[in-house]
Design a protein around this ligand. Structure first.
Ligand code: PBG
Ligand code: ZN
Length: 323
């Protein structure tokens, strides 16, 4: 029981005192930096919907990966824009495409960096959906072997970790089996285990041209009202073989993060998504908030909620600020 003579302010008297009793820290070792790879060479173009983020050709992505590594960032997550789209999304497992080429180049040029790849079909299908489509329906089981092919192609290129973001049922098991069969038993899976059908992905879809051509993603991504279902999704992915579980988006879902941390003893990641980033950048550009302070406070809240890994577009800035 708390003694009524206890004065909380005693432990807030100096910066050193506050640091001694600080319960949570944000470190550069927590961060993964997303990269957007486009065709061509010498391309480094700012993404209009994500100020401060770039469309990068493979050579420029290597430079960015070097910069991230020099700042102490431990990992990058690779997203891509392919040169062609079709119904199946076959450019997603084409070894000549920007993603596979970038994975190879970064592994070669920045060997210490952990290379994570996003596994999904929506940037690659002509429908913009995360699976194959028949009569305006996104099919589940027919999509699984395609996702497995994508994951294996990324592993062949050298990815340390694949991160399936499609939310089809059973995809972690399908990917694990395919990776193991191809000999990639050491390639790990970070599953977007509880991924909500969120409005916060808007700027990302503009950035990678992946908005669905019809309908929405509510038939596969989670209903934002559901908490218990998130626990079932996470349990399933763990049982199917996920090594790291992720919750996405981060900021509006910190209750889910806390509950996941309390229920599962697996490494826990959050994705601080494009809409969260864009809101902060817009408010900061207008002088409404102090960007550095608001970013550090926001990311710290994700750590406090129980996440270890934070995938964030702020990674390079944060790395500079917390060194
Ligand atoms: C693709 C994918 C999305 C994001 C990551 N992978 C968008 C979506 O599901 O529509 C969102 C990332 C962000 O908003 O920063 N499945
Ligand atoms: Zn997708």
């Amino acid at each position: 029981m708390l003694d009524l003579t206890y004065r909380p302010r005693r432990l807030r008297t100096t910066p050193a005192m506050r640091a001694l009793v600080r319960e949570t820290t944000l470190q550069v070792e927590d961060l993964i930096y997303p990269l957007f790879i486009v065709p061509g060479t010498g391309v480094k173009e700012e993404i209009p919907s994500l100020p401060g983020q770039y469309h990068l050709s493979v050579d420029e992505a290597v430079n960015m990966a070097k910069e991230a590594h020099a700042l102490g960032v431990l990992g990058v997550e690779i997203f891509g824009i392919p040169t062609y789209k079709d119904e199946q999304g076959s450019s997603a497992w084409d070894m000549e495409q920007p993603v596979q080429q970038a994975i190879m180049a970064i592994r070669k040029e920045v060997p210490e960096l952990v290379v994570v790849s996003d596994v999904c079909l929506c940037q690659y299908t002509s429908t913009g959906h995360c699976g194959c489509v028949e009569n305006h329906e996104v099919l589940n089981d027919e999509t699984l072997p395609l996702l497995a092919k994508v994951a294996v192609s990324h592993a062949k290129a050298g990815a340390h970790m694949v991160a399936p973001s499609d939310m089809m049922d059973g995809r972690v098991a399908a990917i694990r089996e395919a990776l193991d069969e191809a000999g990639f038993t050491n390639v790990s899976i970070m599953s977007y285990a509880a991924k909500y059908a969120s409005a916060y992905y808007g700027p990302f879809r503009d950035a990678v041209h992946s908005a669905p051509e019809f309908g929405d993603r509510k038939g596969y991504q989670m209903d934002e009202a559901n908490r218990l279902e998130a626990m079932r999704e996470i349990e399933l992915d763990i049982r199917e073989g996920a090594d790291i579980i992720m919750i996405k988006p981060a900021l509006s879902y910190l209750d889910i993060v806390r509950e996941a941390r309390d229920n599962f003893d697996y490494p826990l990641a959050v994705y601080n998504v494009s809409g969260e980033y864009a809101m902060v950048k817009t408010a900061a550009a207008q002088g409404l908030v102090d960007e550095k302070r608001i970013v550090l406070e926001t990311l710290l809240s994700m750590k406090r909620a129980g996440a270890k890994i934070i995938i964030t577009y702020h990674a390079l800035d944060v790395a500079r600020w917390v060194r």
